[in-house]
Design a protein around this ligand. Structure first.
Ligand SMILES: [Zn+2]
Length: 394
């Protein structure tokens, strides 16, 4: 199922001047449309003509071409013409109010930059528009949406926002498998199927950061930090979307940030951004109607996921131990083994709650007609597959 909605995202203030300059061009185009439309509908001689958006587009065609042409993209130019014609028709007026670019004026028009579908693109946490990459607070995870038409808008405080119509896929997950996730320090997250979310983007950029810091380039330092944050968020969005699509249940260890900060790894903890990742997983899981739960991760590292013997690496002193062999002969990657234990715990937890739910359902079954499972989030196949899995794994 596909549905459209409009998202509003705050653009970073460093782009305000640039957007403001483009908005002044939009005002010029709008006022031009106003002038020619007015003259055409009340000509000195000849037949009055009511100009359409298409007529106006023909009149401004080419205005963005050449060295002294406008800087706004042609899609914005066309959209201004269309919106002008639409509003004029809607208000049944010969002339609309002029758009005022002077911020000192009491009639100042708040910045407005409309665009058509295809005029903006999302990449690595930024929006590309008119040849420039704009940073923004991406609270929705734009990577998950197909972007359509919209506009950049200024508010009374001079802040800029992106308002964009998006197509959202609300497809129930068709995954039947379950997944455990171990949140860690070396890698931000290790999945029971071996997928990994790297936590140390910081490392890759450390050299560039050190150089910029020594040279006292504050803007550059800020830019590198922002780049790291954008990359991380983007990677988290991609992995969480993909995990929710492929699984019917996801379980995460309940490691608390406070606990890890106490261990003296505060910097790494912040860098890993566990909380952000969990939040993403949770809302995406809810949207897709799959199970998401946190489980107590105590002993998940030390316990063998094959024979349940407790002999794996312990605590921080053995944090460097990446691989170990259990006396039963099983060879383990430390974090994948932990993720497998988290998954087993989660499935056991789920089996208990499902059993309780089934009992409750049974009690009311006689009163309820058919279709009682309609309200459940989990697809029927998913529940059966999970129960079978939990039973098999004991
Ligand atoms: Zn073992």
């Amino acid at each position: 199922m596909v549905h459209t909605k409009t998202l509003k995202l705050r653009i970073k203030d460093k782009h305000a001047a640039w957007l403001g300059a483009l908005a002044r061009e939009v005002n010029q185009v709008f006022n031009f449309c106003n002038e020619v439309s007015m003259k055409a509908s009340r000509p000195y001689s000849g037949k009055p003509k009511w100009l359409s958006g298409y007529d106006l587009q023909k009149l401004v065609a080419g205005a963005t071409k050449g060295d002294d042409g406008l800087s706004i993209p042609s899609q914005t130019l066309q959209q201004v013409c269309e919106e002008y014609a639409t509003r004029r028709k809607q208000f049944k007026k010969h002339k609309l109010n002029w758009r005022v670019s002077n911020p000192e004026s009491s009639k100042y028009s708040l910045g407005w930059l409309p665009f058509k579908k295809g005029a903006i693109a999302y990449k690595n946490g930024q929006i590309r528009y008119a040849g420039k990459c704009l940073s923004l607070w991406d609270s929705y995870g734009l990577a998950d949406y197909e972007l359509r038409a919209g506009s950049f808008n200024q508010d009374t405080r001079g802040r800029w926002y992106l308002n964009v119509v998006v197509m959202a896929q609300v497809k129930p997950s068709d995954g039947t498998s379950s997944l455990g996730i171990d949140l860690g320090l070396k890698d931000a997250a290790t999945c029971s199927d071996g997928q990994v979310l790297k936590s140390r983007w910081f490392r890759e950029q450390e050299l560039a950061l050190a150089v910029a810091q020594r040279a006292g380039k504050k803007q550059r330092v800020k830019a590198i930090h922002a780049k790291i944050a954008n990359r991380r968020k983007d990677a988290m969005h991609k992995l969480s979307t993909h995990l929710v699509r492929d699984n019917a249940a996801i379980f995460v260890g309940n490691v608390s940030t406070a606990k890890m900060v106490k261990m003296g790894n505060g910097k790494s903890t912040l860098d890993a951004g566990w909380t952000m990742f969990k939040t993403m997983l949770e809302y995406k899981a809810t949207q897709a109607g799959i199970v998401f739960d946190e489980v107590n991760e105590a002993w998940s590292t030390q316990t063998c996921s094959v024979c349940s013997s407790v002999e794996g690496p312990k605590g921080r002193s053995e944090l460097d131990v990446r691989r170990w062999v259990c006396s039963c002969g099983a060879q383990h990657d430390r974090d994948v083994n932990a993720a497998l234990n988290i998954r087993a715990k989660g499935l056991a937890q789920l089996a208990i709650s499902k059993a309780a739910e089934a009992k409750a359902d049974e009690a009311v079954l006689n009163k309820e007609p058919s279709g009682s499972e309609a309200g459940h989030g989990l697809p029927a196949g998913g529940i059966l597959a999970l129960s079978a899995q939990a039973a098999a794994e004991g």
